[in-house]
Design a binder for this molecule. Sequence first.
Ligand SMILES: NC(=O)c1ccc[n+]([C@@H]2O[C@H](COP(=O)([O-])OP(=O)(O)OC[C@H]3O[C@@H](n4cnc5c(N)ncnc54)[C@H](OP(=O)(O)O)[C@@H]3O)[C@@H](O)[C@H]2O)c1
Length: 299
Amino acid sequence: MIVVAGGSGFIGSAVVRRLLAGGQEVRVMTAHPERSRSRIEGMGAAVVLGDVLDASSLAGAVRGAGVVIQTLTFPTFPVEKARKRFTFEEFDHLGTERLVGAAVEAGAKRYVFCSGSGAGPDAPKVWFRAKWGGEEAVRRSGIEHAILRPSWVYGPGDPSLSRLVALYRRLPFLPVVGDGEQRLQPAFVDDVADAFALAARPGAPAGTFEIGGPEVLSMNQVLGTMMEVAGRSKPMVHVPPFLPKLPGAFTRFLPNPPLSPGAVDFITGDALADTRSLLAAFDLRLTPLRAGLATYLRP
Ligand SMILES: NC(=O)c1ccc[n+]([C@@H]2O[C@H](COP(=O)([O-])OP(=O)(O)OC[C@H]3O[C@@H](n4cnc5c(N)ncnc54)[C@H](OP(=O)(O)O)[C@@H]3O)[C@@H](O)[C@H]2O)c1
């Protein structure tokens, strides 16, 4: 039996669907059953309660699991809310330490952790250092593991491109934060789900693998391709990053903040991946952006 912690989320639910299609028994760990139960049961998985902020809730969540997959983040991601402990450090670093500890204690045989490309001990941004802390917790735990580091993942219901698609459909222009020249290697969520499903197999290759798409594109090129697939080109209006940072500095105190200064940096940074080790270890084909978008965007 496989427990997917975060299996109600964007990446996690794609992973759950892949596992179920492959005949696996899957339980999805959720901290918010009131909001996620119907989604989880609708996919055909079982619900199990567990909150990475509460170590005492995790033993029951992973009991009986042969494999634990972790694809979770805090509800206001990428806007941190320290008062609620919604921070990269609490979730990606300490939360991973708590969950992998519970998995080892419960006798799980394998752990698959969703990190992020750019993770490193001395990385300039806290989200990359926190992911590194989580990776180290997994490596130190001694459990057989695979760590996957996605770059920038897109697909139906993603937290970034889908919001821009919604704006594009509503407005006569497309607002872009920054100059749009950051370099991305967009990974299609179905490919990411395939990678997780393969990495969860007993005896699958162990180690740390970056995963991104087959092309390196600027954000402007990504959005240009999105508009072509969606049927109509509109002008892009580039907004200097300091502008959303100004209201962001205040609105981050709201219950559901749209952007914080840190979140603006998060969305305007590069997201690249070196996929050589991944492709050498797993039988995977990476989907080009246009083909991935064409599976779900319609004019
Ligand atoms: N999206 C990307 O482009 C991208 C790129 C690189 C790496 N990643 C990484 O991929 C992972 C998943 O990202 P996503 O975009 O799929 O996120 P998402 O859609 O926001 O999903 C977040 C998940 O976290 C769970 N969660 C929230 N609070 C929790 C808590 N206290 N305890 C346990 N689970 C909790 C949620 O489940 P409930 O609400 O049911 O509790 C949900 O399933 C993250 O670690 C992220 O850093 C994402």
